[in-house]
Design a protein around this ligand. Sequence first.
Ligand code: FAD
Ligand code: DHB
Length: 402
Amino acid sequence: MHTTVGIIGAGPAGLLLARLLHQAGVDSVVLEARDREYVEQRQRAGILEQVTVDALRAAGAGERMDREGIVHHGIELRFAGRSQRIDFAVLAGGRGVMVYAQTEMVKDLIALHLAHGGPLLFEAGVSSVGAVGAVGTADDDRIAVRYRRDGREQTLTCDWAVGCDGFHGVTKDAVPADLRHTYERTYPYSWLGILADAPPVYDELIYAHSDRGFALASMRSDTVSRLYLQVPNGTDPAAWSDDRIWDELDRRFATRADPGWKLTRGPITAKSVLPMRSHVTEPMRHGRVLLAGDTAHIVPPTGAKGLNLATGDVIILARALAHWKETGSAELLDAYSDTCLERVWRAEHFSYFMTTTLHVDPDQSAFDTRLQLSQLARIAASPHAAAELAQNYVGIPIAGER
Ligand code: FAD
Ligand code: DHB
């Protein structure tokens, strides 16, 4: 089988890329290792930036999101027993974010692409991505993507291969080790995340710094809450009973004005522990192999950048591939890695900043805590400091997008 663009992985990056290319008249094949149900149920991010929202609408996948998603124009910070709202409408030029789960976005994109798009093959695990080699002539610069499906080894040849196969995928290996640079940081804490059939207590997200550790109150709908607690690395979710989780959340969100503040409780339907890491692989292109999304970069989740960075990459990439198809010029593809990396490092810094400002490092001194609280107080007091947070939170626009 041959196609113009071989896409490895049907997460948000691979699926949105396939849709945008389809609309631009560029054919593609998507190969996904897992089955459809697994991909659709994988519980992850929940906040879409304006750029992602606009791209989903442009891709024709915005209808349910616009019906069921919840637009937010601010967040609340809690620290030192006080609370402070960060007003995006005022501080970020009217931009906002949309609460719409990654699971739902993925379901919408899959349904659309299966109905009106190129092949999207599930249970097609890719083992390697590399030069066509023996199949082509000496100057054949096509790429061979080798995968296993229906118990058989198969090969997809393509003009361009795009690795959207996440952090543990295989496409990264197509960039020779001596040309690949990785930058990484791990954090000495994790998140315990729960989904609960309980209405959110507040109509915006709450990010809380407390001497007991970080906590985040998010939501999936008017009836489903998504909540996170900082826990030590290596925590077994089974060690946290439902009552212990609710009690701890209540303590971390309590304010001086409302020391008895309580979340509305309900049945916990999912419980998992997420480790936290920052990682960037450079460059994001080697010859005809391009990397996008988590394949090339990971952020710690504080600030909800991971999914949005992945969609940003493929918006830039779809435009570059469409330009190449239309004009034969690889100029935008040549710029792809640098264009993305500029946005990636901005989001890396923001995610690192949010993480290290709001969490308690187990080795943290009283001095470090004072610095965190001073920074949070500055954000509360200064519209300039708050605007910096707000603008990064709603997302830095891509050149040429609104
Ligand atoms: P992925 O979603 O990882 O998709 C990669 C796809 O490639 C997968 O479907 C995988 O099955 C497939 N694949 C892998 N290897 C192969 C192969 N060899 N062959 C074929 N297919 C392959 N971000 C936030 O902003 N907020 C959050 O709360 C949040 N929570 C998260 C929780 C977890 C547990 C994780 C892992 C991530 C979380 N993230 C969160 C990050 C966000 O979900 C990711 O940034 C986003 O999924 C990136 O999309 P992607 O398409 O690049 O990669
Ligand atoms: C969610 C996750 C985040 O990392 C975040 O900063 C905000 C919300 C969420 O899953 O809803």
